[in-house]
Design a protein. Structure first.
Length: 133
């Protein structure tokens, strides 16, 4: 369980795939109305469906809602990188028995990785190792 500004977050409050789509839109656009999110959505989802999803996300603590304006403005409560770390940690625990090595091997073996990406991963691992000392 994780606590942030009075909000308790556990694995049941991780964003779903549909919620991640909304979060990605908000991380790109910044604070936005439901109409903005609906317009930017790649899926053919109805306005009221997105409205309901965003209301639920606000209740879950994934979004904050500013009610100062006629149209409520929503924004992600956590930065994209923080959410990615939380999702990775959860996936690593649930699917890879807590092993970072197995998570990385699973990711690398799931699809073809370019030589350029492998070189970048090696460089990042070297940097990580130097910083961990």
């Amino acid at each position: 369980m994780m606590k942030r500004r009075g909000i308790t977050r556990d694995a049941t409050q991780l964003p779903t795939e549909a919620e991640l789509e909304i979060l990605n839109i908000l991380w790109t656009l910044g604070p936005s109305t439901v109409r903005d999110v609906h317009t930017a959505s790649a899926k053919d989802t109805g306005y009221t469906t997105i409205l309901k999803q965003m209301q639920v996300m606000s209740e879950k603590g994934l979004l904050s809602r500013n009610e100062r304006y006629r149209s409520h403005v929503y924004e992600a409560r956590m930065a994209k990188e923080q959410t990615q770390r939380q999702l990775t940690r959860s996936l690593m625990q649930r699917a890879f028995d807590g092993s970072a090595k197995n998570l990385v091997l699973g990711a690398l073996s799931s699809q073809k990785v370019s030589a350029k990406d492998l070189a970048e991963i090696r460089r990042m691992l070297d940097e990580y190792e130097r910083g961990a000392r």
